[in-house]
Write a protein of this length. Sequence first.
Length: 152
Amino acid sequence: MNLDKTDLEILNHLQENSKFTHKQLSIKLSLSPTAIFERIKKLERTGIIRGYSAILDRKTLGKELMVFSHIKLEKHSQKNITEFEKQIKLLNEVHECYHVSGDYDYILKMTFSDMDSYREFMVKKLTTIPSIGSTHSIFVINEVKNEIGFRL
């Protein structure tokens, strides 16, 4: 789908604040509310806009510790990959999971209230997944940049 300048501006504004009304966007972009409505519907229909959500503050929710874990599977079989991915999707502590190239097979982004909850997660949940060969965790000291979305 070809996006014009107005589509890109709408996307940028909605990423900034998805609660903007059609009227507010129409004022910002000098278009009618109906034109804004139609463009947003088109962006939703084509899958460019997949949904809307609230961005929560993890620290306010008590998730002080952010951890990235590199995971190496024991064996690279279709069965192991499928089972690992199925199990990871069930873990609420895991927010993002990427199948990657390089020395490790996956990178996980996780949050915890503290080191004790991280340890309990590792011992009782993550390392009980049979296809995992090894893990290597990195603890976030400071979050320098965390942007949701894409500036277009």
